[in-house]
Write a protein that binds this ligand. Structure first.
Ligand code: ATP
Ligand code: MG
Length: 357
């Protein structure tokens, strides 16, 4: 088996962490008898510098012709002064749209080896948690009608939330399928006591539940969910929610796991092709210094193996290798406790590769 992967190294620490993930993929591929062809494509700030646009057409084409996309991070202060249509972040929105990636999956798992980094109460951290948020990514408030107008008492601004039953259904299917492959528990988060779009959301989720009798569906209001996430995160397994609620709750969920340098993500659509990237940004403050934590990107590669390439054993092997390295006490700067030796990105990567063999 041979997989074509489009690789967007991006900016800042992007190239460092992506190269770590590529080495891990090559190594696990050898072990499980599959291989990769990585095609590097330009997007983000470096593409603006070289081609005058954050997302050249050829880059999109390469992504469309690949089994999946692996991305580091885009952006940085160098490009912050540019006008909106020329910002590096436009590359991400462009790829999501072109590849129709409407489902954003973000696991938030407290690695047992890093319980001390968890900001929650000790009993809560000791109990651990392992959830995954499925966020709708291409609809809702962020894509609804918005504007300004003259109101009775002066200028007004408005944003509208609109979801079609079809949009809710397709994200629902992603979430139910995922729940079926995990703990068979799905929590749908909405604001159905106030919002009509949430009432439609809830109706569609419950209709779908009929097709997944093995999955237990429950609803939770978003304000309660925000509270429950810090109070008792263990109750969550798979969570499904709208674009705006997911945006807010995934940031909250990521923070309770410790470091931003650990968390992977996947963006999926109707096909097997996905885009995989760490949730962190380009970290310009540490770029080019071999200080970044490669684990978030390595775990993103594991998600790619599982969700797009169907290589579950290899995915689990990569995750286990990361756990073993952490269990040995190996730490990059972002996860080090006072007194710990601090490893560079390249040494952490080598340790993961050794743990894999
Ligand atoms: P963006 O707007 O792209 O999300 P940001 O400026 O909000 O970017 P990051 O680039 O993620 O945020 O950086 C936030 C902080 O986390 C920085 O101090 C950065 O050095 C640190 N950081 C981010 N990723 C990593 C990593 N992989 N390893 C270590 N530290 C990291
Ligand atoms: Mg940010």
């Amino acid at each position: 088996m041979n997989y074509n992967i489009a690789v967007i190294e991006g900016d800042g620490i992007g190239p460092e962490v992506v190269n770590a993930a590529i080495e891990v993929l090559n190594t696990v591929g050898k072990k499980y008898k599959f291989s990769f062809v990585f095609k590097k494509v330009s997007a983000g700030g470096n593409a603006i510098d070289r081609f005058g646009t954050p997302l050249p057409k050829e880059s999109v084409q390469t992504c469309l012709e690949s089994n999946s996309v692996l991305l580091g991070a885009v952006g940085g202060p160098k490009w912050d002064i540019l006008p909106g249509h020329l910002r590096p972040e436009k590359a991400l929105l462009g790829i999501r749209k072109e590849l129709e990636l409407y489902a954003n999956l973000r696991p938030a798992r407290l690695l047992p080896e890093l319980k001390d980094a968890c900001p929650l109460r000790k009993e809560v951290a000791d109990a651990g948690f392992d959830m995954i948020v499925v966020r709708e990514l291409t609809g809702g408030m962020y894509f609804g009608e918005s504007g300004r107008r003259d109101g009775k008492y002066g200028p007004e601004a408005y944003d509208t939330e609109c979801y079609s039953a079809l949009e809710v259904e397709r994200i629902g299917v992603t979430a139910f399928e995922l729940a079926r492959s995990r703990g068979k528990k799905l929590i749908s988060i909405d604001k159905a006591n106030v919002l009509e779009s949430s009432r439609l959301w809830r109706e569609v989720m419950h209709r779908l539940a009929g097709k997944y009798p093995d999955v237990e569906l429950s609803d939770m209001l978003v304000d309660n969910a925000a509270m429950q996430l810090v109070k008792n995160p263990k109750q969550f397994d798979v969570v499904v929610t709208s674009n705006i609620f997911g945006d807010i709750l995934t940031d909250e969920a990521s923070q309770i796991t410790g470091s931003i340098g650990l968390l992977p993500s996947a963006s999926l659509g109707e096909t097997k092709r996905g885009m995989y990237e760490p949730i962190h940004g380009s970290a310009p403050d540490i770029a080019g210094q071999d200080k970044a934590n490669p684990i978030a990107t390595v775990l993103s590669a594991a998600m790619m193996l599982r969700l797009s390439l169907g290589q579950e054993d290899a995915a689990r092997d990569v995750e286990d290798a990361v756990s073993r390295v952490l269990a040995k006490g190996l730490r990059t700067a972002d996860i080090a406790a006072p007194g710990d030796d601090i490893l560079p990105c390249s040494t952490m990567t080598k340790a993961i590769l050794n743990a894999l063999k």
